[in-house]
Design a protein around this ligand. Structure first.
Ligand SMILES: [Zn+2]
Length: 71
């Protein structure tokens, strides 16, 4: 029984370290769920991952061509 408790404690410790590392990798300002969110291009409406979008004057674009068209 004590061995089981120790094993559970190790698992929790490993999980905590892994979680903390993952958080620090993405940076304090970046939310992981935000990176994975799909955002529509302001010009053509194509949904692209937030991390792949280009932002200009508060709007998101899928490519530099769309950003230049700006409707
Ligand atoms: Zn576009």
């Amino acid at each position: 029984m004590i061995k089981l408790l120790l094993f559970a404690g190790v698992l929790v410790g490993v999980y905590y370290v892994f979680f903390a590392k993952k958080k620090s990798l993405s940076g304090p300002k970046n939310d992981v769920s935000m990176d994975e969110a799909m955002i529509p291009c302001a010009t053509c409406g194509t949904y692209v991952q937030a991390k792949d979008t280009l932002m200009s004057t508060g709007k998101y674009y899928c490519s530099s061509e769309c950003m230049e068209k700006k409707q």
